[in-house]
Design a protein around this ligand. Sequence first.
Ligand SMILES: C[S@@+](CC[C@H](N)C(=O)[O-])C[C@H]1O[C@@H](n2cnc3c(N)ncnc32)[C@H](O)[C@@H]1O
Length: 283
Amino acid sequence: MKVKRIALSPSGKKYSINDLNISLNINEGELPRTKLKDDLIQTSKGEYVHLYDANFKDNFVNIQKPAAIINPKDAGMIIAKTGMTKDFVVIDAGAGSGALACTLASLCKKVYCYDINEKHVEAVNQNISDLELNNITCELKDVYTLEPVEKVDLMTIDVPEPWRVLEVAKKALKKGGYLVLYTPQITQAQKAILELDQDFHHEVTCELIKRDWEIEGEKVRPSHTMLGHTAFLTFIRYYPKLVETKIVKKTNPKKSARLERLKHKKELSAEEELKTMNSFNEI
Ligand SMILES: C[S@@+](CC[C@H](N)C(=O)[O-])C[C@H]1O[C@@H](n2cnc3c(N)ncnc32)[C@H](O)[C@@H]1O
């Protein structure tokens, strides 16, 4: 059920309010149902509790997680780096818990997500319903053999063999569209990149390291613990070529002349060295 409002106690503790028609009992006393839409309530124990409307994030934290989910730092990078807008149509494979798919759906026009695990598809559909998203579908399908239903601006891939998605990506992506691989292991990214043909342009593979800080009075320092590794992100752009193209290296005439001179000098010194060696041999 969707969280409607959040009650914030004087100690900073947060309580979720799912039903605005039922009074809520919290440690600080009772919050009467008739006041749940107010901004401030005095509880039955005389404590003041502030209330505010819940947003996507307040609900997102409660999603079912049958599979490891994408970390917000990585989801944020995908959104920023691909220039995702409210007009984007996206394919997300495999959906897992739907964390990435739902995050994208909260911002863009349409998300199609797919997974081969029935339980994961069920959980994702429950999450979609709990988050009240109406622009996302999740189906039980193998993404390696997917027949896309429409052209998309972005494909996000979180499956064990991302190189097997390249042919599907060609059918699915609009010209200039993005293919983003989320791979826990760098060898997965490497294998996919090695299999790219000239219709794909590998922009960058990166890893984001996030370090939290503790700031409490005089104590200002990094946290003792941090999440060491999530995954590598590989950004690939689809630029289908109408004719076979060769990469022609630009040459700088001044640099080329200098290189020629150096080469000539080296050849001369090599010749001289040979002559000297020969004369030694003659002795
Ligand atoms: C780690 S989870 C993805 C988590 C997801 N990115 C999220 O943020 O919630 C990987 C998923 O890929 C699915 N999967 C593996 N191979 C697949 C395939 N060929 N087609 C579709 N889904 C696949 C698995 O069942 C699993 O649920």
